[in-house]
Write a protein that binds this ligand. Sequence first.
Ligand code: ARG
Length: 565
Amino acid sequence: MKDYKQIIASKINAPLDNAEIVSLITETADDNFGDYAFPCFKLAKAMRMSPVAIAQKLAGEIALDNDIVKVEAVNGYLNFFINRQDFINDALYGVVSCGDSYGNDVIGKGKTICIDYSSVNICKSFHIGHLSTTALGSSLYKIFTALGYNVVGINHLGDYGTQFGKMIVAYKLWSNEQAVREHGVAELQRVYVKFHQEEAEHPELTDEARAWFVKVEQGDAEATKLFQMFKDVTLRDVQEIYDRLNVKFDSWNGESFYMDKMDEPLQMLRDKGLICESQGAQVVDLSDYNMPPFLLLKSDGSSLYATRDLAAAVWRKKEYDFDKCLYVVAYQQNLHFKQLFKVLELANLPWAKDMVHVAYGMVSLEDGAMSTRKGNVVLLRDVLNKAVAKSLETIVAKNPDLENKEKVAEQVGVGAVLFSALENSKIKDITFSYDRVLNFDGETAPYLQYTAARCNSILEKAGMSRYAKIAHDPRALDNIETLRLSKLIASFPQAVKDSALKYEPSIISGLLIDIAQAFNRFYIEHRVLSDNLSEQNARLTVVEATATVLKKGLALLGIETPAKM
Ligand code: ARG
């Protein structure tokens, strides 16, 4: 693809360096006023003229050629018209020739990114509160991979802490192997909830739980066996969800992995004089930074979530030598990560600046249901099943003859749920509505999948993949709908880079919606299949380029594109 900003900048004779000129050039919002604009306001001082006069003067000096075919001075702006036929041709054939690798890059070559995401807690079922971290983290994994980074996906399991002592007591009192085998995590959760109810009246349960947790820490055989069993049961349960969501991890090192790796970083902080005692506990004082103390060891010497995160950060740097370490965790933990990163900075670790908390908002269901401590959890499995069942209804109604309806319904239902977590700026709270996310005409994954499937069916009718290679008539592409669509398609590689830079897959999802809408406008205005073969070939390229970008973009969001719908 030609770099039009560069081409234009080289033609502007202004007292600014080239890089600054390039940075001032923008794409026009309205294509009636050209394709690119350069504002002259910044030049007024240096050139001692009004911006309007400057624009007029500079416009007269621009050398037109085959790339830049027209320039106009309007209200202090220079408006440039590019050779649109060439642009469209380059954009569309660029996509078609790249295929699935369109948007890939090598900017990440030699760099490593750790992404800590999903990070579920043992003995708890996978509920809707885990959707965002899982969808966002997995999408960022795919985006960074496409950009050439070496990515390490980490599921920092919540598999350590006093709650496992409680879990053991609860299990021994009220459950058994048979029940757990039958009901899985639901059974574990049942007795865990019961423990909390009973604990109020039987405080001795708390002491028992504490004793059992000490046994876990000391490696007692029975405690270890039970703890491992709880972990296996939970992992089996969540794996089923990860498989459906097509989410993968390179490491499952959770909190318990750091059990024997906390002393070293704690000693390092002590050696640097950062740890002080407060009511018997060991803390890092952060009052100079307007934050509460970072609690690292309780008065009884036991570690905390924070201690394990400190150890994990140090261990990951040693193990992976990352260039960035991301934590995809809800904004409720803003303070925790601010404290953690500050402590690393105070310890003079040069990589403290490479730690990023990728915070996101909350998900609640339309009817107000949200996961709470006591029961009332909305299981992600149930949400997926319901979304898939509803998709199946729509598919059966729309296309009763479709083969593999169940498989397509799974792709559509799961895709819709994933997309709901990736369509808005991640920090926004979202209210999940089945009707909205499954609307085939809305700004949804099913709409994108449906548009891609429509493209495929046009290509199939034409006898796929001949057109790009044989003669086509570029004049068939010289229209405003194709121009707008081509511009959006051409901006995809930059959108992929931006989404990585801002940790914001919604930049991709938003562009895909724009592309699908622009395609549907193109399709209303222009007949693709016709007797005029060279015209048809040209327009089939539009269709193929659209299908390619939609599929690739959806893949970066972790969403599959059914061939037919
Ligand atoms: N298990 C934690 C939770 O559910 C999230 C862990 C996030 N990762 C981390 N390194 N702190 O809240």
